[in-house]
Design a protein around this ligand. Structure first.
Ligand code: AMP
Length: 182
């Protein structure tokens, strides 16, 4: 079974929900950079203070900051993992590639969760997170298209990408993803 996975897709596609569930079912570590950053903000750490305003605007926090978080987690972990919300741009994808080379590990599958904008906005508005108001949501979708969407061809050209229709019940979508793990 593939156990080094990356979840890609726009905000609101359900990456977090699916990643969390799959991680429990398959005993993988779920690394969500968004969750880790929110925990830093909550804790009021220096890192959290640096990230807070950027996150509230729906922009990306610095690559160096996010990389430091991911590096620490991957270095101290031997088994399978599931990256959710990282990488978010090509520079992060390249840094991840380098880090994994150093660790002698490889991405085995990139799951692209696809959903129409209308549904994304609807889902995000019902979630009620502080960065989930309509103006910030639209900006996050723009940031996704400009900075994150180029990763689709990056991973597709490496033969790693599988797209999943992210409409339907949580269970239906989970079944679609599980099928891809082999
Ligand atoms: P998420 O929970 O993945 O939607 O992330 C929430 C916010 O955290 C994003 O809008 C960014 O401000 C920040 N963030 C999460 N992951 C990253 C990342 N890999 N690179 C930069 N910023 C990130």
């Amino acid at each position: 079974m593939k156990q080094r996975l990356l979840f890609l897709g726009p905000p609101g596609a359900g990456k977090g929900t699916q990643a969390q569930q799959l991680a429990v079912a398959k005993d993988l570590v779920h690394l969500s950079t968004g969750d880790l950053l929110r925990a830093e903000v909550q804790a009021g750490s220096a890192l959290g203070q640096e990230a807070e305003a950027v996150m509230a605007r729906g922009e990306l926090v610095s690559d160096a900051l996010v990389l430091a978080i991911v590096r620490g987690r991957l270095e101290s972990h031997q088994g399978g993992w599931l990256l959710d919300g990282f990488p978010r741009n090509l520079a992060q994808a390249e840094a991840l590639g380098q880090l994994l080379d150093d660790l002698g590990q490889q991405i085995e599958l990139v799951v692209l969760m696809e959903l129409d904008d209308d549904l994304l906005i609807q889902r995000l508005l019902s979630r009620g997170r502080t960065d989930d108001n309509e103006a910030v949501i639209r900006h996050r979708l723009e940031v996704y298209r400009e900075q994150t969407a180029p990763l689709i061809s990056h991973y597709r050209s490496r033969g790693l990408l599988e797209a999943v229709e992210a409409a339907g019940s949580v269970e239906t979508i989970a079944d679609r993803i599980t099928e891809l793990l082999g």
